[in-house]
Design a protein around this ligand. Structure first.
Ligand code: SAM
Length: 222
C-alpha cells in the first residue's frame, strides 16, 4: 500500500487535524503517549547547556518534555504546519517554535547536540533527504532519537482495529485516521529503520520498545 505523502497535502491534513490532534492522541493511545514520549526522551540524558532540535514537533509534546526535564538546555521545535505550531506556541510560550520543512533545514552543519523526531518520519515523502538533513545539522557524537510505531504484531493489529472505532465515537474525520493506519503499514519496522539510519552514516546506540513493541524508539549517534 502506498500513501500519498506529498508535503503540501500532509501540511494541509495536519492543519485540519490540529484543533483535535491532542484530544485524539489521548483517546487513541488511552492516555499513554505522553508517558512513552517522556520515557524515550529520558534515555537521551540531555546534558546541560546543550541545544536540541525537535523536528515534526506538532503541538509540542517532545519540546515541552525536554524543556521540563532539562531546564538548563535549549530546545527548538520545528514543524511544517502553522496550525500545529500555533497550538504548540500557545501551550509552551517559553519555547521557540519555527515553521520549516525537515527535508530542507535552515541550519548550519553540526549545529545541534540532539535531534528528536516523534511520529514524524512516517509522514515524510523523501525520508532519505530528511535523514541526511538530520545528519548534517547534528554535531559529531550528537544523538538522534526516533520514536514511532514499531513492530507489526498481534497487539498492533488490535490497536489498528480500535482506531476507527475511537474516531467514530469522537465524531472526527475518518479519512485522516485512515491515513494514520495506511502510513503505519507503509513504514519500515525498527530493524529495517536502523539499517536506513546506518546507511546515512549514523551509528546504532540503543533501541527501546514500549507496549510490547507497538511503539519503538531508536537512539543513533553521528
Ligand atoms: C503525527 S504528528 C507528530 C507530532 C509530535 N511530534 C507528537 O509526537 O505528537 C507529525 C507532525 O509532522 C509534521 N510534518 C509532516 N511533514 C513535515 C515536514 N516535511 N517537515 C516538518 N514537519 C512535518 C506535521 O505537520 C505534524 O505536526
Amino acid at each position: 500500500m502506498i500513501c500519498d505523502k506529498n508535503p503540501q497535502k500532509i501540511k494541509k491534513m495536519f492543519n485540519e487535524i490540529a484543533p483535535y490532534y491532542d484530544l485524539m492522541n489521548n483517546k487513541i493511545s488511552l492516555n499513554t503517549h505522553y508517558l512513552i514520549k517522556m520515557l524515550a526522551i529520558k534515555k537521551l540524558n540531555i546534558k546541560p547547556n546543550s541545544l536540541t532540535l525537535d523536528i515534526c514537533c506538532g503541538t509540542g509534546d517532545f519540546s515541552r518534555i525536554i524543556n521540563k526535564l532539562y531546564p538548563k538546555t535549549k530546545v527548538i521545535g520545528l514543524d511544517i504546519s502553522e496550525n500545529m505550531l500555533q497550538i504548540a506556541k500557545s501551550k509552551n510560550p517559553q519555547i521557540v517554535f519555527i515553521q520549516g520543512d525537515c527535508t530542507s533545514l535552515a541550519f548550519k552543519n553540526n549545529e545541534f547536540d540532539y535531534i528528536t523526531i516523534g511520529f514524524g518520519l512516517r509522514n515524510i515523502e523523501n525520508r532519505t533527504l530528511a535523514l541526511s538533513e538530520i545528519y548534517r545539522t547534528l554535531k559529531p557524537e550528537g544523538l538522534f532519537l526516533h520514536l514511532d510505531f514499531g513492530t507489526h504484531n498481534l497487539l498492533s493489529k488490535i490497536f489498528d482495529s480500535i482506531v476507527p472505532l475511537m474516531v467514530k465515537i469522537a465524531g472526527k474525520k475518518n479519512e485522516h485516521y485512515k491515513y494514520l493506519l495506511d502510513s503505519k503499514k507503509d513504514f519500515p519496522a525498527p530493524k529495517e529503520l536502523i539499517k536506513e539510519f546506518e546507511n546515512q552514516g549514523f551509528k546504532f546506540v540503543k533501541r527501546y520498545d514500549y507496549m510490547f513493541g507497538i511503539i519503538s524508539a531508536q537512539i543513533m549517534k553521528k
